[in-house]
Design a protein around this ligand. Structure first.
Ligand code: AKG
Ligand code: FE2
Length: 293
């Protein structure tokens, strides 16, 4: 019997804990571990303080929340984002219209690529990466184009105590250069002389929940600081493989005019480009975050 047998129970035991009922919104979990669909909210209308508190709470508890059938203007999309903090301007991606905070998300049959095709955390190469992103998909392919999200608290918690001890205090370099240079050339975006790079802890503590989350991602993390490069490569390869275990994931099936709002400090995501030759398009508003600690 191999040591991978399930005799010791599941690899990850999620403990949800008791929660108070919500009063002004409906919260339907997609999985026990990550993701919830919110109902009873019209983001084009005004939101009471109570509803805002409950949206914050649903995001903290589920890491990514979804709203369907929302009909909001770009101004309303931006205003909803600003309720959570100042808006983040992407260092490379094109924007829709005049406001640089309204990022364009688009792929069709002629696109060389689609946004977010590999597992990543948004813009972790920034000194202060975004706290969250609010993606509004207006046009969907007939099927496909799902987005996957993964819970990095669960990824951290399910590591062995020995691995947690190894990672404690370790930092990693995150670099936008390889990711962004030339990436948006098809939209006529000129490259910048340089792209952001930053050093972040491999395990960060979420400023709201106080929980520890694994904080390395294939999109931006380049190497661990202070260990030989071959060790860093092998360790990061293991951590990515671990973080990408489907046990920690949910998969959102989009419908037109749905919104996903993810907490970028404790979740990774990946968009599926499986719908060629169809078109998928929308806009994203991104909320500024803090320096990871
Ligand atoms: O298109 C998507 O579903 C997600 C793309 C992405 O990675 C992002 O907007 O941050
Ligand atoms: Fe992304």
């Amino acid at each position: 019997m191999s040591s991978l047998s399930s005799k010791q129970g599941p690899r990850y035991r999620h403990v949800a804990g008791e929660t108070e009922p919500y009063e002004t919104i409906g919260v339907e979990k997609l999985t026990p571990i990550i993701g919830a669909e919110i109902s009873g909210v019209d983001l084009a209308g005004s939101l009471s303080n109570r509803t805002m508190d409950e949206i914050h709470r649903a995001l903290a508890e589920n890491l990514v929340i979804f709203f369907r059938d929302q009909h909001i203007t770009p101004a309303q999309h931006l205003a909803f984002g600003r309720k959570f903090g100042d808006l983040h301007i992407h260092p490379a991606a094109p924007h829709e219209g005049d406001d640089a905070a309204l990022m364009k998300i688009y792929a069709d049959k002629d696109s060389p690529r689609a946004n977010g095709e590999g597992w990543h955390t948004d813009v972790s190469c920034d000194e202060e990466p975004p706290m969250g992103s609010i993606l509004y998909i207006k046009q969907c392919p007939p099927r496909g184009g799902d987005t996957l999200f993964a819970n990095m608290y669960a990824a951290y918690e399910s590591l062995s105590d020995r691995m947690k001890a190894y990672l404690d205090g370790l930092t990693a370099l995150h670099d936008g250069e390889q990711t962004y240079r030339g990436l948006y050339a098809n939209y006529g975006v000129a490259d910048r002389p340089q792209y952001p790079r930053a050093e972040h802890p491999v395990v960060r503590t979420h400023p709201v929940t106080g929980k520890k989350a694994l904080y390395v991602n294939r999109g931006f993390t380049r190497f661990l600081i202070g260990v030989p490069r071959d060790e860093s490569d092998a360790m990061l390869a293991y951590l990515y493989q671990h973080a990408e275990n489907p046990l920690f994931q949910c998969r959102f099936r989009w419908t037109e005019n749905a919104i996903a709002f993810w907490d970028n400090r404790c979740a990774q995501h990946r968009a599926m480009w499986d719908y060629w030759p169809h078109t998928r398009s929308g806009t994203r508003v991104t909320v500024k975050g803090e320096r990871p600690v």
